[in-house]
Design a binder for this molecule. Structure first.
Ligand SMILES: NC(=O)C1=CN([C@@H]2O[C@H](COP(=O)(O)OP(=O)(O)OC[C@H]3O[C@@H](n4cnc5c(N)ncnc54)[C@H](O)[C@@H]3O)[C@@H](O)[C@H]2O)C=CC1
Ligand SMILES: O=C(O)C(=O)Cc1ccc(O)cc1
Length: 367
């Protein structure tokens, strides 16, 4: 599709959306705006955007699609600004924020003016931030929530989905409230748990410095998301306060329950507590691409430079992890390539993941 797409906020998500739109609509012009000049410069030089604009208003007035990809409190600010700008009559405005109720509420003046605002949340991402971490494939196979209100015409929702088809995500319609309730329990609250575990370990560290040296395996897995962007998470907690307060209460009750089992030395209840959690966790749907994978594949985002493959295979060889297949599945121009390594067993795949993460900064993922 032809047209101008303004992406405001050129970070992990804005950059990834920009790349995904461009890969499906090479005729479109991707205009970028960010409060940080450095992010705009980087986005331009990485080819994430076609051009940068000096102000949000400047880009917004000439856009056919506007994607707000800034922390959620900033999204509210940009929506207020949009309500006073002379926008193109057919413009579609969307956002990518992790919360929806307050954002959709803030968009009401726009909706009342007849502007098609459709709240959005691609439910995939990472603890990394910034445009250098952006990937066109970030949302592949992920759920992408849209929260159109009754003010929005069906044809505009279809038009937005068409613009976003390069994300290769699965679109799901929810009400803003339903979204915030679900995102609260599966995404927002776990970030507090991760951060609180890190705080707890830090307090113990003051008593014994071995704590951080020995913190590995499960602790690192469960606390990965504590490395996320604090500004972004602060804003999410401000927005989804009511849901989160309820989750705190329920979590405290949950902790009291399991604490009692432990205090009583009730081995049967403790066993069932873990067993039930394992059954539910193991039964969660795994979103694979296509058929059930016959190999244990590990994907590694590698920079496109000579010698990168031998670097990785070298680390794996040192730990005697055998690879059954190796393939570059996609090379994104000038940015990153995806290396797919196949292993014979899940154990090998997990060892390889840990080995690559320990020796490099390349992101690994299992689909
Ligand atoms: N990080 C993740 O995994 C996910 C994040 N989200 C949502 O996406 C949005 C962006 O998050 P990330 O890309 O991760 O953050 P990021 O920190 O990588 O990027 C945010 C960018 O917005 C810019 N910015 C801040 N205020 C601005 C303003 N007023 N005008 C223009 N630019 C401004 C910053 O300079 C930065 O470049 C947030 O609303 C977040 O809730 C949604 C899905 C996943
Ligand atoms: O790093 C992770 O696993 C995340 O939790 C990413 C994430 C962060 C915010 C969202 O709204 C959706 C996904």
């Amino acid at each position: 599709m032809q047209g101008n797409v303004l992406v405001a906020g050129l970070g992990l998500i804005g950059g990834s959306i920009a790349l995904a739109i461009k890969r499906a609509h090479s005729d479109a012009t991707i205009i970028g705006y960010d409060v940080s000049d450095e992010s705009m410069r980087l986005a331009r030089s990485l080819g994430v955007i076609d051009e940068a604009v000096p102000s949000f208003a400047h880009g917004a007035c000439e856009a056919d699609v506007i994607v707000l990809a800034v922390p959620v409190v900033q999204t509210e600010q940009l929506l207020r600004e949009l309500a006073h700008l002379p926008l193109r009559s057919h413009v579609i405005v969307t956002d990518v924020g992790s919360t929806k109720e307050r954002i959709v509420e803030q968009a009401l003046p726009l909706l009342e003016k007849g502007v098609a605002f459709i709240g959005g949340h691609p439910m995939a991402g990472s603890h990394k931030s910034g445009v250098v971490a952006a990937r066109a494939h970030l949302f592949e196979n992920a759920f992408y929530i849209l929260t159109p209100t009754e003010h929005v015409k069906e044809e505009d929702v279809i038009r937005l989905k068409h613009w976003l088809e390069g994300t290769k995500a699965h679109f799901v319609m929810l009400t803003p409230r339903e979204h915030d309730r679900i995102a609260g329990v599966i995404s927002h609250f776990p970030h507090i748990i991760a951060a609180s575990l890190v705080h707890q370990a830090q307090q113990y560290e003051r008593e014994d410095e071995l704590v951080s040296r020995l913190a590995a395996g499960g602790f690192r897995d469960i606390t990965r998301i504590a490395s996320s962007n604090p500004e972004m998470w602060r804003d999410i907690f401000i927005h989804n306060k009511e849901e989160l307060l309820q989750l705190f209460d329920r979590w405290i009750e949950e902790m009291k329950k399991i604490r009692t089992y432990v205090a009583d030395g009730d081995s049967e209840r403790i066993y069932h507590y873990f067993h039930e959690a394992k059954q539910f966790r193991d039964g969660l749907p795994v979103r694979t691409k296509g058929a059930i994978p016959s190999f244990y594949d590990l994907y590694v985002d590698v920079p496109d430079y000579p010698g990168v493959i031998s670097e990785i295979t070298g680390y794996l060889a040192k730990e005697r992890i055998s690879i059954t297949n190796i393939r570059i599945i996609e090379t994104r121009e000038d940015i990153y390539g995806v290396l797919r390594l196949s292993f014979q067993t899940e154990d090998d795949r997990q060892r390889a993941k840990r080995c690559i993460e320990a020796n490099t900064n390349y992101e690994t993922y299992v689909v």
